[in-house]
Design a protein around this ligand. Sequence first.
Ligand code: SF4
Length: 102
Amino acid sequence: MNDNLDNADATGWQDFANCLGVDPDLFFPERGASTREAKEVCKGCVVREDCLEYALSNGEKFGIWGGLSERERRRIRRQRALARRTALEAEAATESAGSASA
Ligand code: SF4
């Protein structure tokens, strides 16, 4: 099982993890080593979304979480940050257009 799940908040989702009983080293491969086997385990995991969101919200920098590598999670964080910024800019533009017409 992904070792870091032992430190997870009391969410309960980890009880359903597909990686329970699986060698934790599989999820923390050496740099450059294959992540394929870990991702295969994650592929059929019913709590994959919970696991990924946990890793994203806790800034987990290492290992495979929710079937994604560090680099893949970084990409999601960047995309979300960009989407948040775009939404805030759109909101600010709408408010300023509204106050200009008032
Ligand atoms: S998505 Fe992968 S790492 Fe996360 S709980 Fe499931 S099997 Fe474990």
